[in-house]
Ligand binder design. Sequence first.
Ligand code: AG3
Length: 282
Amino acid sequence: MTEWFEEQLHPGVSQRLSMDRVLFRETTEHQDLVIFENRIFGRVLALDGVVQTTEGDEFIYHEMLSHVPILAHGAVLRVLIIGGGDGGMAREALKHPGIDEVTMVEIDPSVVELCRAHLPSISAGAFDNPRFKLVIADGAKFVEETDARWDVIIIDSTDPLGPGEVLFSERFYRGCKRCLTPGGILVTQNGVPYVQGAEVTNSHQRMSPHFSDVWFYVAPVPTYQGGHMAFGWATDQAAHRAATASVVSERFRRAGFDTRYYTPEVHVASFALPANILKLLA
Ligand code: AG3
């Protein structure tokens, strides 16, 4: 009999994926973790009952949350990832030859170890890249204490439940601002607005005191049920969001790698918000 993984993240709806093969299941110090194989999405990582990433659709999320800020900025040397234990975000950021260092601050070392063992296609060697630095720490504390600075900060978090909750607080956004170089960009995983609209409203309110340009951009990620996912965007350099497809395209060409979802045209278009999402901006 097929065993099903059932995600009940939103009251009143659920998403089920067949667990065609369970590769690993464990309760770590921080969360409940399962890695299984599904015939449509390939290997799937779920934490505390919520799908975090799948081999099938991770490219949309990881490409959009890395290449949009990096290519909009145009001169990124250092990237900080908060969360991101599966390594997919680090993999994408490291594709930019101009980036000297990618630091990833993950709270749960077992996510990194287990993804390295059972989901190696996601990190694809990123953890062994000499430009990659892993810090096992609480990201919220880290941004308040470190003396280092980054040009782009990517929040690759879970939803605002459990260990991920502080990563949606005003205090955390203030910490991120503190660690950005002038004109640096903060981007965040900000939920699926159709079913998690309050996350957009809250993050917009909580980022606005610290940044002059706060916005969202969108992409649909099939296993993040409910339509578009929203990504938060915060910077003091308004010109970054206005970077045109031709400017971005020249930077992308120079970076010299291929993508599966990201294109310069999609980059620019992703900042156009549908009316129902615009309405969530306070
Ligand atoms: N973290 C984002 C998970 C969001 C899932 N939530 C949801 N369906 N609303 C992904 C980690 C990938 N590196």
